[in-house]
Design a protein around this ligand. Sequence first.
Ligand SMILES: CC(C)(COP(=O)(O)OP(=O)(O)OC[C@H]1O[C@@H](n2cnc3c(N)ncnc32)[C@H](O)[C@@H]1OP(=O)(O)O)[C@@H](O)C(=O)NCCC(=O)NCCS
Length: 201
Amino acid sequence: MTLLRDIKAIQRNDPAARSIEFLLYSGFHAILIHRFTHLLWKCKIPLIPRLLSQIARFLTGIEIHPGAKIGKGFFIDHGMGVVIGETTEIGDDCVLFHNVTLGGTGKHKGKRHPTIGKNVMIGTGAILLGPIKVGNNVRIGANTFILMQDVPDNTTVVGTPGKIVKMNGKSVSIKLPPSKVRQTNAAKRNRLYPLDSRMEL
Ligand SMILES: CC(C)(COP(=O)(O)OP(=O)(O)OC[C@H]1O[C@@H](n2cnc3c(N)ncnc32)[C@H](O)[C@@H]1OP(=O)(O)O)[C@@H](O)C(=O)NCCC(=O)NCCS
């Protein structure tokens, strides 16, 4: 069922994919291998899932860590240069273009990669870093950069740094809110070192 949804996603998103041409897509090869490596990962089999994902990377140019959770109907168009980190979560019906990075900042432990909602399109070259949350029905423009900021539902985000240019179909210009993790850390810092005491230092 999941694979069927992946195939339909290719045909829905790329008019060039006629009949069985989906078999030629490197994005399809990468997700096919990932569905298998993720299964091995969940069974806690050592080394083999990482080995297979590295072989897939060599063959497709797409690096998906076996730990990443990816929903049904997933499509990577063109593919080359895509990086999807270990604790990434991606909802159903998402599309990624080449050179997208769903990565960590290097500062977080445990959950350190983005969580992407359903029906999200991420344009070529976009870089999303940290344990951030991207809502449902979001479009992220080519070359957008998002660092430790959450993206609300039903929005289009573009630019470096990314900002919201459309919300519920209407043009807007809104800064992205800091991610929940960043807000929680700031609140903790404020509790430990209230602003007044920090000014005295
Ligand atoms: C963002 C995108 C999805 C369009 O989404 P949309 O909701 O239809 O938004 P719009 O096209 O109405 O654009 C809204 C505004 O953002 C601007 N914009 C769109 N994409 C942008 C981008 N990548 N970077 C900077 N600004 C961008 C538009 O110029 C427009 O600005 P304006 O209101 O001042 O005219 C599309 O522009 C995009 O970047 N797609 C990526 C596709 C891709 O990677 N293709 C690779 C094929 S090989």
